[in-house]
Design a protein around this ligand. Sequence first.
Ligand code: GLC
Ligand code: CA
Length: 593
Amino acid sequence: MSSSSAPVKPPSDIHRAWWKESSVYQIWPASFKDSNDDGVGDIPGIISKLDYIRDLGVDIVWLCPSYKSPQVDMGYDIADYYSIAEEYGTVADVEKLIKGCHDRGMKLLMDLVVNHTSDQHEWFKKSRSSKDSEFRDWYVWKPPRYDENGNRQPPNNWVSHFQGNAWEYDEPTGEYYLHLYAVEQPDLNWEKPAVRKAVHDIVRFWLDKGANGFRMDVINFISKDQGFPDAPVQDKDTPWQWGDQYYANGPRLHEYLQEIGNILKEYDTFSVGEMPFVKDVDEVLKAVRYDRNEINMIFNFEHVDIDHGPYGNKFKPGNWKLTDLKSFFERWQAFMYNNGGWNALYWENHDQPRSIDRYVNAPQSLRSAAGKMLATVLALHAGSPFIYQGQEIGMGNVPIEWGMEEYKDIDCLNHWNLLLKSKDSNAEAQTSARKEYQKKSRDNARTPVQWSAGPNGGFTGPDIKPWMSVNPEYTRVNATDQVKDPNSLYHYWASVLKSRKEYLDIFVYGNYELVDRGNQEVYAYTRAYSNSKALVLANWTDQELSWDAAAQKVNNVKEVLLDTYGPASAAQGRFSGTQWTLRPFEAAVFLLE
Ligand code: GLC
Ligand code: CA
C-alpha cells in the first residue's frame, strides 16, 4: 500500500452503469408516516417526506409491497397486484409518488412478490375450488402420504420459513398445497407458462406507470425440483427440515429470470433479487453478471445470518467475531468485482433488527458514533448501498421491557405460539426465546419512524394509537433534531453518499482489498482504481485504540476524506506516523498517495 505499490489495473471490461452508481432508500409503508391519523403509514405520508429522503443524497426509493393484501405477512401476501391496499392509498397515489420521485431526480422501485400470492388472491381461490379448475395447477398441489399406521402425512418434510411444516391440507379436494412461508401464502407453480405470463403482465403494468424497476422477493425460490423429495434430516428435534437444496436456485431459475430480464431491458431498470440460502457464488454470478440480462444484483444473507443459532434457527443464540464478518465481505467483494457481478450492500431492512444493536454493542453516549462507523464501512464497499427507513437516524431495537403483546410479526408470533404448545416450554425456554426476539425479531425494524420528539414520535396524530407502538427512544432519536444538527448521523450519511459520488472511480468502480485481516477490533479495507486509492478504517469497539499503520504499510495519507468525529479538515494531521489513535467507534476515510 505504500507509494511504491503498483497501480491497480481495473478489469479491462469494467462495466459502468447508472444503477451501480445509485444508492437506495427503503420504505416500509405501514410504519413510515401516517398522513390521515388512522395510525397506519400511507403513501401520501411518504410523498410528504420526499424532500427529507432526497436530502440524504439517495437516488432511488424502494417501496415495500403496498398492494391489496390481508396483511398476514404485512403485504408480502398479495391479493391483487393491480390495486393498492386501502389503508395505504390508491394507484393514483402511487402515480403521484412516482412523479414526486422523478421531479426530485430520484427513481422508484416496486416490490415484486411472485414466489407466492395471498390465499385471498382470485387465482388461489379458484385453484382451491376444485381439482378441475383451470387455475388448479397455478399452485403446487400434491396428494397426502400415509405412514405405516395409515395416518395422513404431508407430501414431504420441508419446513416453512415461518415455522412448522410447509404444506397445508385442504379438506374439500383432499390435497396439500405448498407454502414456503405462511399458510396464507401459497407458492405459485412457475412450471405453468400462464403463471409466468401473468407475472410478466404485472411487471409491464408497473413499468408502464413509470416505476423504474423491482426488488424481487425470494426470487431464487421460484423454480422447484419437481420431484419434491424429502430433505435430509439435520435438526433431529423436529420432523421438518430445510429443503432449500430443492428450491433455492432451482433447475429453471435462470430461464425464468431471463424472461423477466427481457422485459426489464426494454425499460432500462434497476433490479435487485432477494436470494436466501445462496452458498454457490458461481450460481449467483449467472443471475447478476451484467451481460446475462437477468437481475442487476442480489441481497445475500451471510452477514445478516451471522448471529443465528444452529441449523439456521434465528431464535437460538449464535456467536460471531468481527473476522467472520470481514471474511463474508471479502469473499463477496472480490468475487463480484473480478467476475463482472455486482453487490447490494445492506445492514438493515424490514426483516432484520437494527444494525446499531446487532453489529456493535454501544453505550448510549456512543450510539451515534457507532451508527456513523457502520455507515462508513457499509457504503464505501463495492456495490449499491441500501438504507432502511430509520437507519439514517440510528433507530434501535425495541426495548427489552416490551411484552409479547407489542410484537406483531407472524414469524415471531408463530415461533412463540409453537413454543407455548411444545413439551419443552418452561419459564426458562420462554425467557430465552424472548431475549432472542428482542435481538432478532423482524418487529425491531417495524416500529414507526421517529420523526420528532413530540407525541408518538410525530408518526401519527398525538391522540392516536399507532398500529405498532413507537419506540420510546423517540425523545432522543428523531429526524427533526437530526436534520437541525449538522453533526448528526443523518447528515453524516449524506456526507458518505456524497463522497461516494465524488470519488466514483474509487468507491464505485475500484477494487477492494481487506487490510489487517486478523484484527478483531478494526475493520480496514482499501478501494483502488488505476492510480487512485482510498483506505477505509474503522474502530469496531467502544474503546480508544491504537492502530499500527506502519505494520500495514500505510505511510502515505494524502488527505482525510471523512471522519466520524467531525469535519475531515479537523482530522488532517491526526493520522501520521506509525501508530494511529482511533477514538471509540471512530471511522475515517483517507485518500492515499
Ligand atoms: C421476504 C420478505 C419478507 C417476507 C418473505 C415472504 O423474505 O422480505 O418480509 O415475509 O419474503 O414473502
Ligand atoms: Ca394512514
